[in-house]
Design a protein around this ligand. Structure first.
Ligand code: HEC
Ligand code: HEC
Ligand code: HEC
Ligand code: HEC
Length: 433
């Protein structure tokens, strides 16, 4: 792997080692170093401790990250490896970078075991310098961060971490060739995925130490960082292209993977594109636009126009695409900081939901990935309304029942119909604040 050679250079420029939390330079001591019963390996939660201390049990029993390496030994992985001409999947860096804590061999401690999959340090950073101090009760969260603990509580940094594996970056790609060999399509949303099987609890002392985790904010920041990460890949001359084609994984899968009845085509608004054109996957751009619109209609309108220009530029040439993409990137980078600092009050949440619904009426959810993300956005907004006490629990239940229809409409990506999705959105809007 040519990419792994960059690791040697990575010692000089801190963020380029692959398969690691961004910026991580410390030794990884292994899950076993965290799992003793007086540390994070308790069977049940500790009552008089800041943290649950049963994180290992949760991770091992319900967190899929604990199985991520084992997956590489199954039949599907064998077929993917065969199709790609790899001797096997479980020793190939291209698979291990995302399915394990693939820190360089020289940086592995004695208890490290690659078969542990995506272990604690794959997210929390190499424990070499914080293992003995972080539980002493003598150090602050800031001290831990300075000793190499990764700031997973910070939404921007958390998104950057998760997306290295759940979207891929220009340096750690999941290419269309890997998809073609049989890998499942990736789909990610920061807030939803953070809370799927949590091994942590946000209680009073957590908020004191680290601040609150706000679901709507994390959703918004996650979309912005995803849009940036994907666009950086498109603009990279190597990662963004494949022979005479662009890298297809960055484009809407169902623009190509659909049957040829010939009577199905309808325009997708917001793209400025006619029939027969492969569309850039703009799902996270579209979601990020919703929050920008709610914060400042002018910023939202500007991003919409820039995204449209980007779509049109893809039909002209690479130079035009790179130029239009850079303009989008500049807006996104400025937007992410604004969105991270925003106050997620009732007005902002309502603004996001109306923008999500309005795009349905405009025909923006023609593409499956956009509808899939819109459904998760609605779900996040309902919980946020409830947390902000904009609606009570029974109204939230009612809205959730209506949101169920959105998930129903996106359950089967090969048979997704925009009409069904937009009808479900309308029903939800009528009941929403
Ligand atoms: C950029 C990161 C990335 C790379 C590279 C990658 N994977 Fe994955 N893979 C993932 C993620 C993330 C998932 C889980 C998707 C989900 O459930 O949302 C996954 C899921 C899978 C699954 C399905 C697992 C299940 O539980 O059903 C298989 C099989 C798989 N990967 C095999 C491979 C093989 C073999 C390779 C190497 C050729 C590889 N992956 C490379 C990130 C990656
Ligand atoms: C896929 C990434 C990931 C993996 C793997 C992971 N964690 Fe976490 N962990 C997180 C996130 C995200 C949070 C919540 C944000 C935060 O508090 O930093 C968290 C929170 C925690 C907390 C709560 C801290 C607090 O301040 O209350 C502890 C303790 C913890 N993890 C320990 C572990 C241990 C031990 C393992 C391995 C058995 C592990 N984690 C594996 C991502 C991960
Ligand atoms: C080193 C790569 C890596 C990192 C970093 C990572 N993940 Fe994963 N994640 C995976 C892989 C691989 C799988 C699939 C494992 C399987 O199917 O057995 C997965 C699965 C998941 C799943 C289960 C999805 C499902 O379909 O049930 C969730 C939820 C998840 N990850 C959330 C996160 C979050 C949140 C973060 C960031 C805090 C994160 N992950 C960071 C590689 C990673
Ligand atoms: C520009 C068109 C295009 C786009 C966009 C595209 N694909 Fe493909 N896909 C192809 C072509 C062409 C093949 C090769 C078919 C062959 O080898 O016979 C293929 C093959 C595949 C295969 C193997 C199918 C099989 O069993 O033969 C999978 C799986 C796949 N793509 C998934 C995806 C996913 C997931 C995405 C979106 C992230 C995507 N594709 C985006 C054109 C595209």
């Amino acid at each position: 792997m040519k990419q792994r050679l960059y690791w040697l250079l990575g010692c000089l420029i801190s963020t380029s080692a692959l398969g690691l939390p961004p910026g991580d330079v410390n030794r990884h001591l292994g899950v076993a170093s965290c799992a003793s019963s007086t540390c994070h390996g308790s069977v049940s939660a500790f009552r008089d401790s800041n943290v649950l201390q049963n994180e290992f049990a949760t991770w091992q029993s319900v967190d899929k990250h604990a199985q991520a390496y084992q997956v590489l030994l199954n039949d599907r992985s064998k077929r993917i490896a065969r199709n790609m001409g790899l001797p096997n999947a479980h020793e190939a860096d291209i698979c291990l970078d995302c399915h394990a804590d693939n820190t360089p061999v020289a940086m592995r401690g004695e208890k490290f075991d690659i078969a542990d999959g995506v272990g604690c340090e794959a997210c929390h950073g190499g424990a070499e310098k914080y293992l003995s101090s972080h539980a002493s009760g003598q150090v602050s969260h800031e001290d831990n961060l300075a000793a190499g603990l990764y700031p997973t509580e910070n939404p921007q940094r958390r998104a950057e971490l998760c997306l290295t594996c759940h979207l891929g970056t220009k340096d750690q790609m999941i290419t269309h060739r890997i998809m073609g060999a049989g890998h499942p399509r990736l789909s990610f949303e920061l807030d939803t995925f953070t809370w799927l099987n949590p091994h942590f609890e946000v209680d009073e002392d957590y908020v004191q130490r680290k601040g609150d985790l706000n679901g709507a904010r994390d959703w918004a920041v996650g979309q912005g960082v995803a849009a940036v990460t994907q666009l950086e890949t498109l603009l990279d001359d190597e990662a963004g292209t494949d022979g005479i084609f662009p890298e297809l994984v960055l484009f809407d899968c169902h623009a190509c993977h659909r049957s040829m009845f010939g009577d199905r085509w309808v325009p997708r608004s917001g793209t400025g594109l006619g029939p027969g054109i492969v569309r850039y996957n703009d799902a996270s751009l579209l979601m990020f636009k919703h929050v920008l619109t709610a914060l400042d209609a002018g910023d939202g309108e500007k991003l919409s126009q820039q995204v449209r220009d980007l779509h049109v530029a893809t039909t002209k040439g690479r130079a035009e695409t790179v130029q239009a993409g850079r303009a989008v990137l500049a807006s996104l980078r400025a937007g992410v900081n604004k969105v991270q600092a925003a106050q997620y009050d009732a007005a902002l949440l309502e603004g996001v939901l109306s923008s999500v619904v309005a795009d349905g009426e405009r025909g923006q959810y023609r593409d499956y990935a956009n509808a899939e993300q819109a459904a998760m956005a609605v779900d996040t907004m309902i919980l946020a309304f409830e947390n902000e006490q904009v609606i009570n629990a029974s109204r939230a239940e009612d809205l959730r029942a209506k949101a169920e229809a959105l998930f129903e409409a996106t359950k089967d990506e090969d048979n997704y119909r925009q009409g069904q999705f937009v009808r479900a959105l309308r029903a939800l809007k009528d009941a929403a604040p």
